[in-house]
Write a protein that binds this ligand. Structure first.
Ligand code: NAD
Ligand SMILES: CC(C)[C@@H](O)CC[C@@H](C)[C@H]1CC[C@H]2[C@@H]3[C@H](O)C=C4C[C@@H](O)CC[C@]4(C)[C@H]3CC[C@]12C
Length: 333
């Protein structure tokens, strides 16, 4: 589409816009949304890379703010046509308290919804997660499932519980009257395990491998499959949903969609090795040496150590009972 001033009229707000996914959403909007007039990037921690984005035709507004603070959210939302809400505390390693996870992921989402209602913003896209569905606490596999597949979504961990609550709030808010009398249109996207440029967990595996002399030790059978999805495709999915939400409000409003892009079904560790192998790491199969019960014991010891050391330092290894259970349960969409 021709780049002309009259086509540029939309104001987008991306919360969590400096995060792993958020940054890709910001860059995708600048590349693929020709109607963009202003792009507001709202985050607790603003990245220095934002400065380089301010030289283009779109007004990029960096807003340092906290989604748990309703007034800061309302100020950022006011005047926006579309909100893409990616901000969240993605913590399954015990770094944050359950209360903090709830405060950010649930209360923060409530604040975004109420800000849309109060200021008249009609379109809200929420970044939910596969974990809203599973794996559940019973370790039931979810094999090539979709949004309609029956599954007992029972959770105890603060992160999936908070994502499930937030997603429900977003979907229930669909159809609420916003300031000005029109209806709010909401949609939630459930990415599976995202990978790509800037993925911190992939970095953590890489550095763990370096510490172990270029080796990573297989904890999960290759037969366990996880769906993974490239971050650029997840960003594109968010832009597509945002662009279609107005024209297809009746079809998409209040709906939830898994995000998957045909990335190979592999175990989490084997999938990571697609990238870590070429970086010089190798995956050593130690399952004969370290049976599952011993892994669970080590994971439990890690959790105990984390609890004991908390007053002194943050000990948050990749292996804990929750991450082991999730890694060890097939979840493919
Ligand atoms: N990474 C994945 O595999 C994955 C998969 C499915 C869904 N998700 C969801 O995608 C979203 C983004 O995840 P990510 O992997 O990019 O995580 P991330 O931690 O890289 O990004 C989250 C961003 O939110 C910001 N943030 C956190 N608390 C905030 C607050 N109180 N106020 C304002 N900003 C705050 C952080 O500063 C960060 O920039 C999250 O909602 C997460 O639940 C992630
Ligand atoms: C130490 C081994 C047992 C190792 O295999 C553990 C891997 C573990 C850190 C990851 C296995 C599955 C990952 C989760 C999954 O990809 C989906 C997620 C949903 C998303 O919303 C946030 C990230 C995550 C919880 C992701 C986190 C890392 C794993 C648990």
């Amino acid at each position: 589409m021709a780049d002309s001033a009259e086509t540029r009229k939309l104001v987008y707000l991306v919360t969590g816009g400096c995060g792993f996914l958020g940054e890709h959403v910001v860059r995708m909007l600048l590349q693929r949304e020709p109607r963009l007039y202003e792009l507001r990037v709202f985050d607790l921690h603003l990245g220095p890379w934002l400065e380089e984005l301010k030289t283009g035709p779109v007004q990029v507004t960096a807003i340092q703010g906290d989604v748990t603070q309703a007034h800061e959210v309302a100020a950022a939302v006011a005047g926006a046509h579309v909100v893409i809400h990616t901000a969240g505390l993605v913590d399954v390693f015990g770094r944050a308290s359950p209360e903090t996870i709830y405060e950010v992921n649930v209360q923060g989402t409530k604040n975004v919804i109420e800000a849309c209602v109060q200021t008249g913003t009609r379109f809200l896209v929420y970044t939910s997660s596969m974990e809203v569905v599973g794996p559940n606490i019973k370790g039931h596999p979810f094999y090539r499932g979709n949004e309609d597949t029956p599954y007992e979504a029972i959770h105890r961990h603060p992160y999936p519980c908070s994502k499930a609550q937030a997603e429900r709030l977003v979907l229930e808010a669909n159809g609420r009257k916003v300031h000005g009398g029109l209806s709010l249109v909401t949609c939630a996207l459930r990415p599976t395990g995202i990978y790509g440029e800037g993925h911190q967990i992939m970095r953590d595996f890489y550095h763990q491998g370096l510490r172990l002399g270029g080796r990573l030790f297989r904890a999960i059978p290759a037969s366990v499959e996880h769906s993974r999805v490239y971050v650029g495709n997840v960003a594109w999915m968010h832009v597509l949903v945002a662009q279609e939400l107005e024209q297809r409000a009746a079809l998409m409003g209040g709906q939830v969609y898994f995000c998957y892009d045909e990335s190979p079904y592999k175990s989490y560790e084997d999938f990571n090795m697609e990238f870590l192998g070429p970086c010089g790491l190798r995956l050593v199969d130690t399952r004969l040496l370290v049976p599952y019960w011993l892994l669970m014991l080590l994971a439990t010891l890690n959790a105990l150590l984390q609890w004991l050391l908390r007053p002194l330092l943050l000990y948050a290894p990749l292996l804990n009972p929750y991450t082991l259970a999730v890694a060890n349960t097939t979840f493919t969409v």
